[in-house]
Design a protein. Structure first.
Length: 255
């Protein structure tokens, strides 16, 4: 992904589905998309026109997690893992897990439930985690407006990026080797973690908070889930702007 593509990010679609906040998105192996919401449902969308093909009702559903086992890659849906106080789980290498639970600390565990250490440094609640397996680095986003990078070989903080605030447990998402998306309020930021700079910020009014993200594997489309129950589709290469609502579409300039 180059700087021209970053500068050309445009909104191309909006899909309505959930009745309330979309908290997590997961891209499955067959390219279908799973989403979960505070409306207590998981929805499965087919990959061609993004119609909902299945709705699962579950009173305890809160988050979708991708657990990656290097020996047996798989996508797993987890509802309320371990306890209701866990905001997010992230699978690390060497059978370790990182967790956050409504505090300014990050817990590191050895599977199945052996505590290893705590990562401290944030001054406010840590809301989101992202593990970069190829770098063996854990990213953490917090209300304290810092993004921290932790070396998982010695559990030390190696970089702090300022003026980046997280409000959601799935607000961090990697889009290429050097860049991540950070969602907050009515905007999201594209952050270069190697250069430690914010390259671009995208604002969308009347969407609520940007809660979660996925990037489609075969193109430059990013799907965002928001607190109003909608999905926004952003592309870095198209100049066409459409809004999708079930079977109806409208030019985004007419809204």
């Amino acid at each position: 992904m180059n700087q021209n593509e970053i500068n050309s990010v445009r909104l191309v679609k909006i899909i309505k589905g959930h009745a309330s906040s979309v908290r997590s998105l997961l891209l499955l192996e067959d390219k279908t998309i799973a989403s979960c919401s505070t409306d207590k449902t998981i929805r499965i969308y087919e990959p061609n026109y993004y119609h909902c093909v299945k709705t699962i009702t579950n009173n305890s559903v809160f988050s979708l997690c991708t657990i990656e086992d290097t020996n047996r890659p798989s996508n797993i849906i987890i509802t309320n893992p371990y306890s209701s106080s866990i905001l997010k789980l992230v699978s690390l290498s060497n059978k370790r897990i990182a967790s956050i639970s409504k505090s300014n600390k990050i817990q590191i565990w050895k599977l199945p439930n052996i505590p290893i250490t705590e990562l401290t440094g944030h001054s406010m609640i840590v809301y989101s985690l992202l593990y970069l397996e190829d770098k063996d680095v854990l990213l953490s986003g917090s209300l304290d407006k810092t993004l921290r990078l932790w070396n998982m070989s010695n559990y030390q903080c190696v970089t702090i990026i300022n003026n980046v605030q997280c409000y959601s447990n799935n607000a961090l998402y990697r889009i290429d080797n050097d860049r991540i998306i950070v969602g907050t309020d009515d905007k999201f930021s594209i952050v270069n973690i190697n250069l430690c700079i914010i390259e671009k910020q995208i604002t969308h009014r009347n969407f609520g908070t940007f809660r979660c993200f996925i990037k489609l594997r075969d193109n430059n489309t990013i799907i965002c889930g928001g607190s109003d129950g909608k999905f926004l589709f952003y592309t870095m290469i198209t100049e066409q702007y459409t809004i999708m609502d079930n079977n109806h579409s409208a030019d985004i300039n007419d809204l």
